[in-house]
Design a protein around this ligand. Structure first.
Ligand code: SF4
Length: 202
């Protein structure tokens, strides 16, 4: 697998926000979002076998790992093997994806955290994938402005999403306006600031 980095931090987003976590960041991405904060992961990386990767994971009591990117599903076959291996070792696994590649093959072993790309990103997710979201998965709208909020509202009206739904303001956007939008439009979402940004950790 092509790995960008492996590190320990606090999970900053989603249903496990605040939990100590081992992050495995896979290299490579098929999108180029305007506000991407991990551009370094779009290229490069080092090649590790799954055994080598497992051997360098930090030895910690808590077995919670988040596999992210880049876009981890670009390496879907190996990702499924890795997720199965970690799952057999007792890990709870989250896989973060930009919502452009079918994630069904990894769902037996992991919760999916699917981004829905909004207009300000300059990119688009495949909304047909929302039908594959289960109650243990989640969907995240990364929103920057009112246009993004209105787009997200339209998607929420059109699709019956079974998992948890988050509104996550882009770092440095107008947090209060977005919170007001969620409240005034009574959206069925959880507003969530990126905890790792507030803490200044990776
Ligand atoms: S999908 Fe993620 S890693 Fe890829 S360009 Fe967008 S924000 Fe960056």
């Amino acid at each position: 697998m092509i790995i960008s980095e492996i590190f320990r931090s606090i999970q900053g987003e989603g249903t496990e926000q605040g939990r100590p976590c081992t992050f495995i960041r896979l290299a490579g991405c098929n999108l180029s979002c305007r506000w991407c904060d991990t551009r370094y992961s779009q290229q490069g990386g080092r090649s590790l076998t799954i055994e080598e990767l497992i051997s360098v994971l930090p030895h910690v009591k808590g077995k919670y790992a988040c596999i992210t990117g880049g876009e981890p599903l670009l390496q879907r076959d190996e990702l499924a093997h890795l997720a199965e291996r970690l799952w057999r070792e007792g890990y709870r696994i989250d896989i973060e994806t930009n919502g452009t590649i079918d994630f069904a093959p990894v769902q037996p072993y992991a919760s999916i955290c699917m981004d829905v790309k909004c207009p300000s990103s300059g990119e688009e997710s495949d909304l047909s994938l929302l039908s594959g979201i289960r109650s243990e998965d989640s969907v995240k709208f990364v929103v920057n402005d009112e246009e993004d909020c209105l787009y997200a509202e339209e998607v929420l009206e059109k699709y019956n999403i079974r998992g948890s739904i988050f509104f996550s303001p882009v770092n440095g956007s107008d947090y209060q306006s977005i919170a007001c939008f969620v409240q005034e439009h009574d959206l069925p979402v959880r507003y969530q600031l990126q905890l790792h940004r507030l803490l200044g950790v990776p």
